[in-house]
Design a protein around this ligand. Structure first.
Ligand SMILES: [Zn+2]
Ligand SMILES: [Zn+2]
Ligand SMILES: [Zn+2]
Ligand SMILES: [Zn+2]
Ligand SMILES: [Zn+2]
Length: 764
C-alpha cells in the first residue's frame, strides 16, 4: 500500500503519468450561483446522468458560508463528549476516543508528533451545521433536496445519511460503492495546513462492469468491500480513474453506484458526507445492486423498494421522475402477481409503520412475501423463497402482503391521471414468469411429500423441488449442479417459459458419464465465503447459494469477510458456529465447504465503520434484526480478531490488558500483542478446536473425492463422521465462548453483555 508507507502522491504527477488517470470535471461555484433553483437542478441532473464524478470548488468563498459555525472547534463543542469509535486505518481496528481529543490532535502536529491513520466517520452532523450547509447548498445537492428521493420516505424509516467525518493524515476510505446505489457527496469543511486536504479517486458509470471484474481480480467484492487500492495497482486498471485534490469548500460528487476512494493527506481534515437517492440510483439499485445484495445477503439499508410507492402517494415529483417511478412501480407490482388459476390465500399484515425485512437476505420487503407460521417472525422475500432459502420449517410458509392490490391500483390510477399523456411506453415480456408465479410454484413443490429424484449430474438423489426435469428425456438435473456445471443463473432460468431441453439431449453435457465431443466448459466460479443468512435461523436448502469452484482442495488461505482484519494478523476461515447440523447439510455434502474468498493481498480494508453506520443508524423498529446502537464498539472485532487464533495454539487472550482497547497511545497497534498475563479461555479447547477443524477439512476432501467417484455409500459414512465432528467442534466452541465471556464479565462487564448478545444472535 504505497499510500500508507510513503509520502502521498500528487494529483499532478499522477495526471502527468497519463492513463488510466484523468482529471475530474471541475466547476467553480460561480458557474452556478447565477442559475435559478430549477436551472441548477437541471444542471446537476445532467451531470448525474452523464455518470462521471465532478467537483464544484469555492463554496467557502460564498458569503453564505458561515465560518463561525463551520469549523472544527464548533464541531467539537456541538458534539457529544462521549467516546466514539475511531478507526485506525493502518491496523484496521477501532479505538474509542472523544471527538474533542481527536480534533486536538493538531496540537501533536505543532509539536512534530503527528498522529496518522485515524478516521472518525459517521459522526452525527450537528443541527447547526446542517443549517449552515442549507444556507449555501442549492436544493439539488442537498440531503432530502429536490433530487433526493429519500425525501419521499416517512422520516422514521428514511436512512440517516448526513454525517461528519474527521480524519488525520493517511486516513482513507478505500474503493467502494455507497449503499443502495446512491450518489455520494463529500464537502471538505476544514483542512489543517496549506496544501490540499484530500485526494479523491472516482470511476464512471460506463466502467461499472470492468470495475467489478477488476475488483474481483483483486479478490474483493465490488459491491460490499472497502479496499484501499494503491496508485501502482490502479495503473493496471483498464478503465478511467478520475482524480482530483480537494480543499476546503470543495464539493465532490460521485454519481449513482460509481465506485470511489478518498485519501486524506493534510494533518487533519473535516468533512460532511451525505448520500442522495437520485432517480438514476433507483434504476441502478433495481437493475444492478439488488440482485447482488440478495444473493450475498447484504441488507439494503436505503429502504429502496419502499420508495416507488411512497413517492407516488406523495406526488409532487417532476413529471419525468414521476413517469419513471410509475414504470418502476408497475414492474414491481407485475412481478409479484401470482398469475395462476388458484391464487393462494393472502394475509394482509399491518406493520404499524415498521419495516419488514427478508430474514434471509435482508432486503426491504415492500409488499408480498412468505411468512413462516411456525416461527411467527420469519419472513422471506420471493427471490429467497424461490432460491430454496428457508428457516427449518421448509413447507410451513403462507403468503402475506403489506399493501392490498386494490390500493396499489388506485395509486397507479391517480398517478396516470396526473401524468395524462406523458407515460413511458412499457414493453412487457410475455414470455417471462413473474416472481409471484415462481414463488407460488415453489410453495406447492415444497409441500409435496418427499419426492426424490436421482440427479443426472451428482448421481445423488434430491427432493424433486430442488431441480428440474428435461421435457424430452425426463432426466433430472438439480439446480445446484446446473449452476456448477452449466453456469445457470436460477431466477432467469426459472422465469423462462420455453420448454427446457437438458444438456444431455442438447449434446453438450459435461458430466462424467456423457461423452460428447464438445462438452460445455463451465466458467471458473470465484471461491467465495459461505453465504450466511442474516437471521441465524436461516437455512440454505440447496440450490445455488454455496457453490464453489471445481478445483477441489484449492482453499483460500486467508479469510473473513468482516473486513476489519489487519493484514499482519494471520487470519483463519471465518466460521459461524451452528448449534445443529441442518438436514440439508447432511444431505448435500458439497455445501459444507466453508472456503472463504478474499485471499489477503496485503491491502488494508477500512470498511467497517462506514458500512455499519448506515446499518446501525436506523431509528425505527425492525421486524427481526437487532442491531446495537450506533457507534458501539464492534465487539465482533474483539471476538474474531483477538480471540486466540487457531494458528497459534499458545496465543493468549489479551482481554485483561485494558490499555490497548480503550486508549489510544502511539504505537498501540504493536502493543496489542498477546500478554503474558493469565490467559482466559482454556488453551486445551483451543488446540483441540483447531485439531478437529483440520480433521474436518480432511474428511470433507475425502467426501468430495468419494463423490467424484460416485462411491455413494462410503460417502454417506464419511458424511456421518463429518456431522459428529461438527457437533464436537460446536460443543468446544461453546465452552470456549463461555469461558471467554466469564473472564470478560470480570474485566469489562459492559462488553460481556454486548458479546453475549452477539453470540446469541449468531447462534453460538
Ligand atoms: Zn430475501
Ligand atoms: Zn420457521
Ligand atoms: Zn434430456
Ligand atoms: Zn444434483
Ligand atoms: Zn450427462
Amino acid at each position: 500500500m504505497d499510500f500508507l508507507q510513503q509520502a502521498p502522491p500528487s494529483v499532478q504527477d499522477l495526471l502527468r503519468a497519463g492513463e488510466p488517470f484523468i482529471p475530474f470535471s471541475e466547476y467553480s461555484v460561480q458557474d452556478i450561483t447565477h442559475l435559478s433553483e430549477d436551472e441548477t437542478t437541471k444542471w446537476v441532473e445532467a451531470k448525474l446522468r452523464d455518470g462521471k464524478p465532478f467537483v464544484i470548488r469555492g463554496f467557502s468563498r460564498l458569503k453564505e458560508w458561515d465560518r463561525s459555525v463551520l469549523n472544527n472547534e464548533r464541531l467539537g463543542s456541538l458534539s457529544s463528549s462521549a467516546a466514539i469509535p475511531v478507526r485506525n486505518c493502518h491496523t484496521g481496528r477501532d479505538a474509542k476516543m472523544r471527538l474533542q481529543d481527536l480534533l486536538s490532535q493538531t496540537e501533536y502536529a505543532r509539536t512534530g508528533n503527528v498522529r496518522e491513520f485515524l478516521y472518525a466517520k459517521d459522526l452525527q452532523c450537528p443541527q447547526e451545521w446542517i443549517k449552515a450547509l442549507d444556507a449555501f447548498l442549492p436544493s439539488a445537492m442537498r440531503h432530502l433536496g429536490s433530487l433526493d428521493l429519500f425525501r419521499t420516505l416517512p422520516k422514521e424509516i428514511a436512512p440517516e445519511v448526513l454525517m461528519a467525518y474527521v480524519g488525520t493524515r493517511k486516513s482513507s476510505s478505500g474503493f467502494h460503492r455507497c449503499f443502495s446505489g446512491t450518489v455520494a457527496l463529500n464537502l471538505l469543511v476544514e483542512s489543517e495546513g496549506a496544501g490540499p486536504g484530500s485526494i479523491c479517486f472516482g470511476t464512471d458509470k460506463h466502467s461499472q462492469a470492468v470495475y467489478d471484474t477488476y475488483m474481483e481480480r483483486l479478490g474483493k467484492s465490488p459491491h460490499t468491500d472497502w479496499t484501499d487500492v494503491s496508485t501502482t495497482q490502479l495503473k493496471s486498471a483498464n478503465f478511467p480513474i478520475y482524480i482530483t485534490h480537494q480543499q476546503p469548500g470543495d464539493l465532490v460528487i460521485f454519481p449513482s453506484a460509481t465506485a470511489h476512494q478518498i485519501w486524506n493527506i493534510s494533518p487533519m481534515v473535516t468533512k460532511v458526507v451525505w448520500n442522495v437517492m437520485h432517480s438514476s440510483s433507483l434504476v441502478s439499485f433495481f437493475d444492478y445492486i439488488q440482485p447482488f445484495y440478495q444473493r450475498y445477503c447484504h441488507a439494503d439499508t436505503g429502504r429502496v423498494p419502499l420508495i416507488p410507492l411512497h413517492a407516488l402517494i406523495r406526488g409532487s415529483l417532476g413529471t419525468e421522475d414521476e413517469a419513471l417511478l410509475l414504470d418502476v412501480f408497475l414492474k414491481l407490482l407485475d412481478d409479484e402477481a401470482i398469475e395462476t388459476d388458484s391464487v393462494p390465500p393472502m394475509k394482509t399484515v399491518d406493520t404499524q409503520g415498521a419495516v419488514v425485512e427478508c430474514n434471509f437476505c435482508g432486503l426491504t420487503i415492500w409488499n408480498r412475501h412468505l411468512h413462516c407460521e411456525q416461527c411467527g417472525d420469519f419472513d422471506l422475500c420471493l427471490t429467497c423463497f424461490i432460491s430454496g432459502r428457508s428457516c427449518k420449517h421448509v413447507a410451513d410458509y403462507t403468503w402475506a402482503e403489506l399493501i392490498p392490490r386494490a390500493y396499489c391500483m388506485e395509486v397507479i390510477q391517480s398517478t396516470r391521471n396526473r401524468l395524462r399523456g406523458r407515460l413511458l411506453s412499457r414493453i412487457k415480456n410475455p414470455k417471462q414468469k413473474s416472481l409471484g408465479a415462481l414463488a407460488a410454484a415453489a410453495a406447492d413443490a415444497r409441500k409435496q411429500p418427499m419426492m426424490e429424484r436421482l440427479c443426472h449430474l451428482c448421481r445423488d438423489s434430491h427432493p424433486a423441488w430442488k431441480g428440474v426435469a428435461c421435457t424430452q428425456c425426463s432426466a433430472f438435473f438439480c439446480f445446484r449442479g446446473l449452476h456448477r456445471h452449466f453456469d445457470v443463473d436460477l431466477i432467469p432460468f426459472l422465469r423462462n417459459t420455453d420448454p427446457w431441453v437438458c444438456p444431455k439431449c442438447s449434446h453438450f453435457c459435461n458430466c462424467r458419464c456423457c461423452h460428447f465431443p464438445l462438452p460445455y466448459s463451465s466458467k471458473d466460479k470465484p471461491v467465495r465465503s459461505r453465504i450466511k443468512s442474516i437471521d441465524p435461523r436461516g437455512r440454505i436448502m440447496g440450490f445455488t447459494d454455496n457453490v464453489f469452484d471445481q478445483k477441489r482442495g484449492k482453499r483460500a488461505s486467508m479469510a473473513t469477510h468482516s473486513a476489519s482484519l489487519p493484514p499482519e494478523v494471520p487470519s483463519r476461515v471465518h466460521k459461524r458456529a451452528r448449534t445443529q447440523v441442518s438436514d440439508e447439510e447432511a444431505e448435500l455434502p458439497r455445501q459444507q465447504e466453508d472456503y472463504s474468498t478474499f485471499p489477503n493481498r496485503g491491502m488494508i480494508q477500512s470498511q467497517s465503520t462506514e458500512d455499519t453506520i448506515h446499518t446501525n443508524a436506523r431509528p425505527y423498529v425492525m421486524s427481526s434484526r437487532s442491531i446495537g446502537p450506533k457507534g458501539q464498539l464492534r465487539i465482533s472485532d474483539l471476538v474474531e480478531e483477538h480471540s486466540p487464533a487457531e494458528a497459534e495454539p499458545s496465543f493468549q487472550a489479551p482481554f485483561r490488558h485494558a490499555t490497548p482497547l480503550l486508549s489510544l497511545t502511539p504505537g498501540d497497534g504493536a502493543s496489542r500483542r498477546p500478554t503474558n498475563e493469565p490467559s482466559v479461555p482454556a488453551t486445551t479447547d483451543e488446540a483441540s478446536i483447531s485439531f478437529l477443524e483440520r480433521k474436518l477439512e480432511e474428511l470433507r476432501r475425502y467426501a468430495d473425492e468419494l463423490l467424484d467417484l460416485s462411491l455413494v455409500d462410503s460417502h454417506a459414512k464419511v458424511q456421518e463422521k463429518i456431522s459428529q465432528l461438527q457437533g464436537q467442534i460446536e460443543e468446544r466452541k461453546r465452552r470456549k465462548a463461555e469461558a471467554l465471556f466469564d473472564s470478560l464479565d470480570r474485566d469489562f462487564p459492559e462488553l460481556a453483555t454486548v458479546a453475549r448478545e452477539e453470540a446469541r444472535r449468531r447462534g453460538l
